[in-house]
Design a protein around this ligand. Structure first.
Ligand SMILES: [Zn+2]
Ligand SMILES: [Zn+2]
Length: 190
């Protein structure tokens, strides 16, 4: 097991990663935002573009509880995190939200597009839910460029795994983190 962290040059980027010979993951943060992630799952190298570098990324299906809304997303997530902020806890009703980030254009709705419940302004950051059952499917973030998929709505298994806990400073008191993933009080800073 090894870990490292640091800042580079004038762009105030922070880098951390951990792992062992069999597998490892890393994330690059810039100005408080994750801008790249990578990993090695023991078989194939996962790059900043996500997905296995040999061959194109597979497509994953996701959907809401009632089945009215379905989406397809490339198995090419750039990062995945467990967010303990109060917004994510209340939006999901869970101790934390596991989210996976990917450029918006790599996710497409395949059913139920007419019946969505949009929480927030369409042109700004907003949550996308099923209008029938209310499941939180994904959030449009980072000035509309990315989506954060609520990983619990994935029906297929993604290659990526959450690499850290964030906003641990506002985590539910009744929930104890029991894994060894890095923890950040808020969003990681460089
Ligand atoms: Zn539904
Ligand atoms: Zn959150």
């Amino acid at each position: 097991m090894r870990r490292w962290s640091g800042c580079t040059g004038t762009i105030k980027a922070a880098l951390w990663g951990e792992g062992c010979e069999d597998s490892w993951t890393g994330v690059l943060f810039f100005s408080g935002e994750v801008i790249a992630g990578w990993g090695f799952d023991g078989r194939s190298m996962l790059g900043a573009e996500g997905g296995a570098m040999s061959g194109g990324p597979a497509s994953l299906t996701g959907g809401c509880r009632c089945g009215a809304v379905r989406y397809e997303v490339a198995d090419a997530f750039e990062y995945a995190l467990n967010c303990h902020c109060s917004q994510c806890r209340r939006a999901t009703g869970a101790a934390f939200k596991s989210l996976a980030g990917i450029p918006r254009g790599r996710l497409a709705l395949t059913a139920g597009e007419d019946g969505l419940l949009i929480d927030g302004a369409l042109e700004a950051a907003h949550d996308v839910r099923c209008g029938v059952c209310g499941s939180l499917l994904y959030s449009v973030v980072r000035e509309g460029a990315y989506v954060h998929v609520a990983m619990g709505t994935l029906m297929d298994e993604p290659s990526i795994r959450p690499a850290a806990h964030i906003f641990v400073g506002s985590k539910a008191k009744w929930y104890e983190i029991t894994d060894g993933l890095p923890r950040f009080e808020q969003f990681p800073e460089g």
